[in-house]
Design a binder for this molecule. Structure first.
Ligand code: COA
Length: 262
């Protein structure tokens, strides 16, 4: 259901239900959550790539599984939805950078997975859409992450029409960050992002992710203390000290030396 390959400091997490375009169900969801929480805690992993085996990235929630909910009690149904929400959070709040490798379909919750990642890169033929309304349901648990990416105005249009759109539109509305012509270019761009990330400090990256979520959730006024605390901790911290010293002494910072030695 989920395959994880390791290559040096990079973990490639591949959804592996190709027969159903990697739709996620009650078996796959906890596997994704657990994998991201484990990878997030590993010092030897610096970057995670999330992709899908077969023709698609992810066709969203498994509709056979969703349909079965009619037999659940309200509390069971709610708890199941919370588990689903936690899967998206485990990706978004993972302290490691996560890159979405998007090809084929990224529909419904598949778009949610893209929005949960830090960097979304897609081939131009990839097909996106918040198709939930076409099925009589709503893009609920993914909405905070999606709205943070595309804004409420665009979300209203795409959540209501449920229309499918190509990568160029996903780029224009801010759901993804890059579009490439074909899969070889997809992997090349991902490698270049990985190389950039490996020269950045691991704890600083985690703090930068927290910074974005923290500031987005605050008013400008209450951001003063929050951001002051973030830079105060970083500049007096071990990495900040080592990084600034290395720059001033024209040496490589320790995390790059470590990367080169792996
Ligand atoms: N849940 C369960 N099964 C799904 C699925 C989903 N979300 N998406 C696709 N599948 C299954 C199909 O039922 C089909 O099963 P079958 O082989 O037993 O008939 C199989 O995957 C292949 O799908 P098919 O539609 O025949 O392939 P395609 O290449 O023509 O189209 C998609 C692929 C993904 C574009 C199309 O299946 C689709 O639009 N799926 C719906 C996605 C959606 O709306 N998701 C939102 C969920 S909230």
């Amino acid at each position: 259901m989920l395959k994880v390959d390791f290559q040096k400091q990079v973990a490639r997490v591949m959804l592996d239900r190709p027969d159903v375009h990697n739709a996620f169900n009650d078996e796959l969801i906890p596997q994704v959550t657990q994998t991201f929480s484990e990878l997030g805690a590993r010092d030897d992993i610096r970057v995670i790539v999330l992709g899908g085996n077969g023709k698609s990235f992810c066709a969203g929630a498994d509709l056979n599984w969703m349909k079965r909910m009619v037999n659940y009690s309200r509390e069971e149904n709610l708890e199941d939805a919370r588990v689903l929400a936690r899967m998206f959070h485990s990706i978004a709040k993972c302290p490691k950078p996560v890159i979405a490798r998007v090809h084929g379909a990224a529909l419904g919750g598949g778009c949610g997975l893209v929005a949960a990642c830090d960097i979304g890169i897609a081939v131009e033929s990839a097909q996106f859409g918040f198709t939930e309304v076409k099925l009589g349901i709503v893009p609920a648990v993914i909405s905070p992450l999606v709205i943070a990416r595309i804004g409420p105005g665009r979300a209203r249009e795409y959540f209501i029409t449920g229309e499918r759109f190509l990568a160029a539109v996903a780029l224009e509305i801010g759901l993804i960050q890059h579009v490439v012509a074909h899969e070889a270019a997809l992997d090349a761009l991902i490698e270049s992002k990985i190389s950039q990330i490996l020269t950045s400090a691991p704890a600083a990256i985690a703090a930068a992710k927290e910074l974005v979520f923290g500031v987005a959730a605050r008013t400008l006024e209450s951001s003063v203390e929050f951001t002051a605390d973030a830079i105060a901790r970083a500049r007096a911290g071990e990495e900040g000290q080592a990084g600034m010293t290395a720059f001033l002494e024209r040496r490589k910072p320790p995390w790059i030396e470590k990367t080169n030695n792996k």
